[in-house]
Design a protein around this ligand. Structure first.
Ligand code: ADP
Ligand code: ASP
Ligand code: MG
Length: 447
């Protein structure tokens, strides 16, 4: 059995859906097919919720456009005798979305729970369409078997509950040839609709692959494979044929958006290979992520676009451990700590991080000699690969030099960010230029 996952662009238009249909229907073995919302729909749903909260009547137009787009797709890809049934199911979901948005508009309040409910409609509708489009498929709803729990105010997978439920649901349908599953969506322990985070359909597919011992997880997207950098930013980027799980994990953790970061872990521990493939160029072999590996030193360049530099200015070095521990124990990921009361954090964690330090160091801060400082609008850029000790020394110089030559200011010097990543901070406005400079220096020259 294989698990295939098709992202938003792959299920975005009638043309792309026809590619999906032919890829799926031509596979000889049993399949689980996980699908994202139609391309762009999740963003539209988020906008819809925000407009409803502001009582901006534009939300009605957005809902009409979402309805029309789904109806147009149904008309183009679903067999004529199945269209009425498919339209009816999708229509009911959109009517429900309309009711939810009307309630938000009346209340003028969009809560995290209602926002999660709104974004869930994307995958709930796309999976119904794909189910009606693919001959001989059945639909199973992730809301029944993917469970999340709250950790530090964030929704994360409840692996134990999910594992039990997946076996309960899938053991009964073991002989089915094609099972369609919506990605991304889940329920929490109280039964409310939640999700696995933006880009989370990859993770849904990986969890199913690991639990049900798939032979492979295929992630079908809009590029030929995992590339040495984001091809939208770095024109010279090229496809990497093979990556180890660890190399892929490092690249994803450092912002390579082609795979959602938590995806790799469940399949890595179950030793199930991942293949990244292009829905629009199905004959290209893509990238194999497995126990093997690239056999190369530096495999790629990636970036976390929105980061801040957090400093406990004036603090003695001995406070560093307390600072880093208080952040990480409270769910703030610290990137590249320098051992001197400074580290980078994700911009989305900045308020939380400031609050934590202000409360943990309240007494010390009261004297005025020490301050919590935040430098905003930075990006972390990294080279990823087998960063050996020797390389750290050489690469650090090469890294800084490559940026220097291009006149790019370095806000935080290059340092080892994890066992396989060497990173530095640059002003956000220099992100794309930096990625190109570092890619030319480390990847193009070594090709
Ligand atoms: P999907 O909708 O299929 O989930 P995503 O947009 O999430 O697709 O991921 C595919 C996109 O990831 C590509 O279009 C590409 O621009 C971007 N990307 C970023 N880094 C990389 C990389 N290293 N290799 C390939 N694609 C990358
Ligand atoms: N539709 C969701 C998103 O846009 C999940 C996904 O596509 O993987 O983030
Ligand atoms: Mg994605």
């Amino acid at each position: 059995m294989k698990v295939l996952k098709f992202g938003g662009t792959s299920v975005g238009t009638p043309e792309s859906l026809n590619c999906v249909k032919s890829i799926v229907e031509n596979q000889p073995e049993p399949l689980i097919v996980t699908v994202s919302a139609l391309g762009g729909i999740t963003n539209r749903l988020i906008e819809c919720g925000n407009r409803a909260e502001d009582a901006d009547p534009v939300y009605h137009d957005i809902i009409s456009q979402i309805r029309q787009r789904h109806f147009d797709v149904i008309k183009a890809v679903v067999a004529p005798d199945c269209q009425a049934q498919c339209r009816e199911i999708v229509s009911k979901l959109i009517d429900e979305l309309q009711l939810v948005c009307d309630a938000i508009c009346l209340l003028r309040e969009l809560t995290p729970r209602s926002s999660d409910l709104i974004v869930s409609y994307g995958e709930r509708m796309s999976s119904v369409i794909v189910n009606h489009m693919i001959n001989g498929s059945i639909l199973r709803n992730s809301l029944d078997f993917i469970r999340t729990k709250q950790v530090y105010g964030k929704s994360v997978l409840d692996r134990e509950q999910t594992s039990e439920l997946i076996h309960e649901y899938f053991d009964q349908i073991a002989g089915e040839k094609i099972v369609i599953v919506p990605g991304f969506i889940s329920r929490d322990s109280r039964g409310h609709i939640s999700n696995l985070g933006r880009g989370g359909s990859d993770y849904t597919a990986a969890i199913l692959a690991a639990e049900l011992h798939a032979s492979v997880l295929e992630i079908w997207t809009d590029v030929d494979g995992f590339m040495t950098a984001d091809p939208r930013v770095v024109a010279d980027a090229y496809v990497i044929d093979n990556l180890s799980f660890v190399e892929a994990m490092e690249l994803c953790n450092f912002g390579a958006k082609v795979v959602y970061p938590p995806t790799i872990y469940p399949v890595f521990t179950a030793n199930i290979p991942i293949i990244i493939k292009n829905t629009f160029n199905a004959t290209h072999p893509g990238t194999l992520i497995s126990e093997g590996g690239s056999g190369r030193g530096i495999v790629g360049v990636s970036a976390i676009a929105d980061t801040c530099l957090l400093s406990l200015t004036g603090a003695p070095m001995e406070w560093n451990e307390r600072m880093i521990n208080s952040l990480s124990r409270n769910g703030v990921e610290t990137l590249m700590p320098n051992g001197q009361c400074q580290c980078a954090i994700h911009a989305s964690d900045s308020k939380r991080a400031m609050d934590i330090l202000q409360s943990k160091f309240a007494e010390e801060l009261a004297s005025g000699a020490v301050k919590v400082e935040l430098t905003n609008d930075l990006s972390a850029i990294a080279i990823i690969g087998a960063v050996t000790e020797q390389m750290v020394t050489n690469a650090t110089e090469q890294f800084a030099a490559a940026l220097n030559v291009c006149g790019i200011p370095v806000s935080y010097a290059p340092r080892q960010a994890s066992p396989g990543a060497l990173a530095c901070l640059v002003p956000h406005s220099f992100l794309n230029q930096s990625l190109n400079a570092i890619h030319s220096s480390f990847i193009v020259t070594s090709k």
